[in-house]
Unconditional design. Structure first.
Length: 398
């Protein structure tokens, strides 16, 4: 009997596993990787402290999204529509749509870098990826997509870790990079600080995490396992980002944005295979993020306005993604573009963070299992950290 109970428990935990881990791994998208490489190239080991400390706001914010989907049984977009008026929900859907567009731009820019590293024709392959992405997304079957994407996330994580280990980082310098005393106030440092915050806490993550948990019909009894998965994913995500910084240190570019040739040396220990490995990693990471972002868009914008038909989804998808693809084709300075977008995310995400914080304290939405006062205080403190970092980054861009 005990064996049977244990088997059922394990089976349930395996079923619960997926959304939290996937959103953390998809968070290590091409834009985040480029941000980490640029941070290492410009500021060396100093950015390792920033990556590690960002584990805290990442877990706190994503835990709120996961709890909304698990306990409340609703994605963030749907909860907004139920809790607020239709007009308010429609207004709040605007920053969601803007953030989706910017995220599409970032991912297609990263995929473009991968294509260029392979020396292949850019426009035909971008169009092919766009079509393939549309086919996957329009199937609208999250579980099937999750089964395909999870193995990709593990391969990507292993590749990042292996590259950092092969560089054999200096332990004493790594420890020195963990110091909280950093050159705050330096415009270059503040800019990359904000970019890293934006790369860690992206708007689509809130909608995907809560929406995926609600669609898997997780129960309150699953909350402990779901929170543990979120914590493990947050730690793994930021440790991997720290390893990306170590990879970037060896690029030694302290004066300007990295270019394609410099990025090709990010995996130097792999020799002549480095550009190919990096390119395939960029393509996989970018496509993984495209699929996740598209699902988050459907679960955010459309649920907020109460329209979830296939036709409505196709309309929103085309309005958000096609202009993003055109912009990437017309623009060529991809690294600068992605870093600027990361900084903007810290401001665009503010309305979503505010609403999420209100929802997890609403007894009706959370079915009585609301945030405790100390949990709410922690959430708002982490939200303040994100906003302050974003403001500092915007000032540094002026």
């Amino acid at each position: 009997m005990n064996l049977r109970v244990d088997a059922e428990t394990i089976r349930r935990q395996l079923y619960v596993f997926g959304p939290a881990w996937l959103v953390m791994m998809a968070d290590i998208d091409v834009a985040s990787i480029v941000t980490g490489l640029q941070s290492g190239a410009t500021w060396g080991y100093r950015m390792i402290f920033i990556m590690i400390i960002l584990t805290i706001p990442l877990f706190v914010i994503q835990d709120a999204a996961g709890r909304l989907g698990t306990v409340g049984g609703k994605g963030l977009g749907e909860a907004i529509r139920i809790r607020y008026s239709g007009k308010t929900a429609a207004i709040l859907s605007i920053p969601m749509a803007v953030s989706d567009f910017l995220e599409y731009v970032a991912e297609y820019a990263g995929i473009s870098i991968g294509i260029m590293l392979l020396g292949l024709p850019l426009i035909p392959l971008l169009l092919l990826i766009y079509v393939f992405h549309a086919v996957v997304v329009l199937s609208r079957n999250y579980r099937k997509a999750e089964i395909i994407m999870l193995p990709i996330s593990f391969v990507l994580a292993a590749s990042i870790a292996a590259s950092a280990v092969l560089f054999k980082p200096n332990p004493s310098l790594v420890l020195s990079g963990l110091s909280p005393l950093q050159p705050y106030g330096n415009p270059s440092f503040d800019y990359l600080l904000a970019a890293n915050i934006g790369a860690v806490i992206m708007p689509w993550m809130l909608y995907f995490h809560s929406g995926a948990d609600s669609r898997k019909k997780l129960k309150t009894s699953d909350l402990r396992a779901e929170r543990l998965e979120t914590l493990i994913g947050a730690i793994a995500s930021e440790v991997l980002m720290a390893m990306i910084v170590i990879d970037g240190i060896h690029l030694r570019n302290v004066n300007d944005f990295l270019n394609i040739d410099e990025l090709s040396h990010a995996l130097a220990p792999f020799g002549s295979a480095a550009p190919f490995l990096l390119a395939m990693g960029f393509l996989a990471a970018g496509f993984l993020a495209l699929v996740v972002i598209s699902m988050a868009s459907a679960w955010g914008v459309l649920e907020a306005v109460g329209r979830t038909s296939r036709r409505a989804f196709l309309s929103v998808y085309l309005m958000e993604s096609l202009p993003a693809l055109v912009l990437v084709i017309l623009y060529s300075n991809y690294v600068e573009l992605m870093l600027d977008l990361m900084v903007l995310y810290t401001i665009i995400i503010i309305p979503s963070l505010y609403v999420l914080g209100r929802l997890v304290t609403d007894p009706n939405i959370m079915k009585g299992l609301t945030y405790k006062p100390w949990e709410s205080a922690m959430y708002w403190a982490m939200t303040a950290v994100i906003i302050i970092g974003g403001i500092a980054g915007l000032i540094s861009m002026i």
